[in-house]
Design a protein around this ligand. Structure first.
Ligand SMILES: [Zn+2]
Length: 296
């Protein structure tokens, strides 16, 4: 059974307007499974920020894309001479979207950056094949197949069949537990075809935006649907401070980025004072990265 939402509405996340072959889908599924190995079927969710921060040569920045004209959900780039790959997560998207963004960019980090592609501005409803593959990876990485089949088995035990109401419950439960957007969760369940009862999914296709709006006031969705992200900012402060103290970004860059992170003035001044009382002269190509980082 194919969901009609791909036709009826403009999805936030494009999965298959350009069809992937079964072989390509299987390869992505295998990679997602390998990459979440130590988690098994446990949720990664908010842990994704610390998980990705622990990867060698991968740096994550919470970034304000609101001055860019087109929709950018996130961005990845690597300068040819640098060992570091930078992932910029759009901080104006809800936390649940930012979690998806990091999983999506991780696919580019594993598959596209090693092939010599130096930068990708990502738009998750683009029909670009590379974007569709990264979306599919992110959906599988965040919500493993076994988690869906276990949840469906539990419903069958209690209700003996899937109906519209317990399908809605299934989406809400998996979406909150695995921190994936409702429409991505709906896509994953439909894509796996793990139950054979025919249910009418048009209702969900048409109402997902209303349901999402309703959930903004309800725990645990209120946190997931707000743009606040308390899982990435501390690392950014540390990174920003280190880059400035090591002379890799200028004082005006430091002040502008510190203001972006809403850091208070006494803290900013204390770091500038600390910088003025030392001298480290170390040129690296990260100067160039950060000059460009300000205007992606
Ligand atoms: Zn992308």
């Amino acid at each position: 059974m194919r969901s009609k939402f791909l036709i009826n509405m403009t999805p936030n996340f494009e999965f298959e307007k350009l069809r992937l072959s079964e072989q390509e889908k299987a390869t992505i599924k295998k990679l997602a499974k390998e990459e979440r190995a130590s988690y098994g079927i446990a949720p990664i969710g908010r842990d994704i920020f610390s998980l990705m921060n622990s990867k060698e040569n991968l740096k994550i920045i919470h970034y304000d894309f609101k001055n860019t004209s087109k929709n950018i959900d996130a961005m990845i780039y690597k300068y040819p001479d640098s060992v570091y790959t930078w992932i910029l997560i759009n901080k104006n998207k809800p936390l649940i979207h930012q979690i998806f963004s990091l999983a999506h960019e991780y696919f580019h980090f594993k598959k596209d950056i090693p092939n010599g592609i130096d930068g990708i501005p990502c738009d998750f409803h683009s029909t670009n094949l590379r974007e569709i593959k990264a979306n599919r990876f992110a959906a599988e990485f965040l919500l493993p197949t076994e988690a869906i089949s276990n949840a469906i088995e539990n419903i069958k035990i209690k209700n003996d069949k899937i109906n519209e109401l317990n399908y809605l419950y299934l989406i809400l439960e998996l979406s909150s537990r695995y921190c994936i957007p409702l429409d991505v969760c709906h896509f994953r369940i439909q894509d796996e075809k793990l139950y054979d009862t025919k249910i009418e999914t048009n209702f969900f296709d048409n109402q997902i935006q209303n349901i999402t709006n309703f959930l903004k006031e309800k725990d645990p969705f209120s946190e997931l649907l707000s743009c606040d992200n308390n899982y990435i900012v501390n690392d950014n402060i540390k990174l920003l401070q280190t880059l400035f103290l090591e002379g890799k970004i200028t004082e005006s860059d430091f002040i502008e980025m510190a203001n972006d992170l809403d850091l208070n003035e006494p803290f900013i001044n204390s770091v500038i004072e600390q910088k003025n009382s030392q001298y480290i002269d170390e040129d690296t190509d990260e100067d160039e990265i950060f000059t460009n980082l300000r205007r992606p």
